[in-house]
Design a protein around this ligand. Structure first.
Ligand code: AMP
Ligand code: ZN
Length: 462
């Protein structure tokens, strides 16, 4: 299978570093507010990557962090900590804020059939690992102390900017005019911040009470759980120029060689062709989708329609169209499930091959969906094709197997039949077997057979 690597700007053949296990790190949410549909698009991409790897027989060790400290309002280490700011606004502790939004996040990803990675560590539970990391960087001469924290000396790291293609000069020119004159370079970033007394989240460290910089958590936690070198690191494209450059710099400076074999980034979701922002009121959430009557999986389908490296423009009309397509897909799958025509094995394997070629070509899900639709449109309705769709759905995650549930649910019963069934139940309860049998016979004459199962009475129509 081929996967694109942001670092080489090419699709490369995928081969795990060790055996059949793939070690992945994904930058997770900063839990200071609800995840918006843009964030969620990035996690749908992460989920597809997981599922395609598993489809190919790999085992996964996948870490996604929960950022519950250290992410400042500006990614360039300025402003307040996002957690603290919300905590103040909502008059709660940052831990309460983190707990609440983490919970909602897990529910949201569940609603979108995004699998939870094997490990989901919290930044606040890994402060000692981060301190160790920073200490190591200072020892190697990459970290230096100022009056407000420990900073990474970007000038010492010659490879800075390889991921984004921005050289150090460009990075410095792009950085905002610095208030902090103690920094050696304007683009040097905080590894550790010294905390003023009123700062709620703070921990003891060799440099006094403080809290970690945002980037260090990913370097420290990926190293702890995945080892010094691992296969894939994912995130959204906005992380390329600052957060991921900084992660690369930190880890490589400490380890002497790059920690990550392959970087993968999901493109942005736009809303009405623009950026999502709170001031525009267009940072929609899963709750917003539900409130408008949409199945959250319609949003998943909407995302799958675009390649993860293409921008995708969200509109409510677009979502409506996705919902209609998803419903048709389910109906189509249902028709195959009920079908009893035979399908040649050659036809099935040809579809399977096309689907696998698409997903293994840098996760080309839009193309794979094309194959799905060809299967759906096959005039000969066959259970063999339904089984094939279920196999595809192990990647798509659109609940095509729930079609089964729909079938097993008892069809709506006419009131008089329901009434007879209830009366028979009552008679059985009263041990009036004769009456119960009479009612059973009446129903039989109406074409209704009753089967008593451990789960209750099953209604079968002739
Ligand atoms: P955050 O919680 O801000 O750290 O963001 C969580 C994830 O969402 C990161 O991987 C971001 O790159 C990603 N992200 C943020 N905005 C968007 C967007 N509009 N479209 C797609 N991904 C986004
Ligand atoms: Zn990260």
């Amino acid at each position: 299978m081929k996967l694109y690597n942001t670092l080489s700007r090419e699709k490369e053949e995928f081969e795990p570093l060790e055996g059949e296990e793939v070690r992945i790190y994904s930058c997770g949410p900063t839990v200071y507010s609800y995840a918006h549909i843009g964030n969620l698009r990035t996690y749908v991409f992460m989920d597809i990557l997981r599922r395609v790897l598993k489809y190919n027989g790999y085992k996964l060790k996948h870490v996604m962090n929960i950022t519950d400290v250290g992410h400042l309002v500006s990614d360039a280490d300025e402003g307040e900590d996002k957690m603290m700011k919300t905590a103040k606004e909502q008059k709660k502790s940052p831990w309460e804020i983190a707990g609440y939004y983490t919970e909602v996040f897990f529910n949201d990803i569940k609603a979108l059939n995004i699998e939870k990675p094997e490990l989901v560590p919290k930044a606040t539970e890994h402060i000692p690992e981060m301190i160790e990391f920073v200490r190591g960087l200072i020892e190697k001469g990459y970290g230096y102390e100022t009056s407000d924290g420990i900073y990474f000396d970007i000038g010492k790291f010659k490879d800075y900017g390889k991921l984004s293609g921005i050289d150090l000069e460009g990075q410095i020119a792009g950085a905002r005019v610095e208030i902090n004159e103690e920094k050696r370079h304007p683009a040097d970033f905080a590894l550790w911040k010294k905390a003023p007394r009123e700062h709620i989240m703070q921990w003891p460290s060799p440099w006094g009470m403080g809290y970690p910089g945002w980037h260090i958590e990913c370097s420290a936690m990926s190293r702890k759980y995945l080892g010094d070198f691992f296969d894939i690191h994912t995130g959204g494209v906005d992380h390329i120029p600052v957060h991921h450059e900084n992660e690369i710099a930190q880890s490589q400076a400490l380890l002497g060689k790059p920690a990550v074999r392959r970087w993968m980034h999901g493109e942005f979701l736009l809303v009405d062709n623009g950026k999502m922002s709170k001031s525009l009121g267009n940072t929609y959430t899963v709750a917003d989708l539900k409130a408008k009557g949409f199945n959250p999986l319609a949003f998943r389908y909407f995302c799958l329609n675009a390649h993860y490296r293409s921008k995708l423009n969200f509109t409510w009309d677009g979502l409506q169209a996705a919902q209609v397509s998803l419903d048709r897909l389910l109906e189509g799958a249902w028709a195959h499930k009920k079908g009893n025509e035979r399908v040649e094995s050659g036809v099935v394997s040809q579809f399977k091959r096309e689907f696998e070629e698409a997903v293994n070509d840098d996760l080309n899900i839009p193309k794979a969906l094309g194959v799905v639709w060809s299967v759906i449109r096959q005039p000969a309705k066959s259970q063999g094709l339904y089984e094939l769709l279920l196999n595809f759905d192990s990647i798509l995650g659109l609940d095509l197997d729930k079609v089964r549930e729909k079938e097993e649910k008892a069809p709506e019963l006419e009131p008089e039949i329901e009434d007879l069934i209830n009366r028979r139940q009552q008679a059985r309860k009263e041990k009036n077997w004769q009456k119960a049998d009479e009612i059973r016979d009446t129903l039989k004459a109406m074409g209704i057979t009753l089967e008593d199962t451990p789960q209750g009475v099953k209604v079968v129509r002739k």
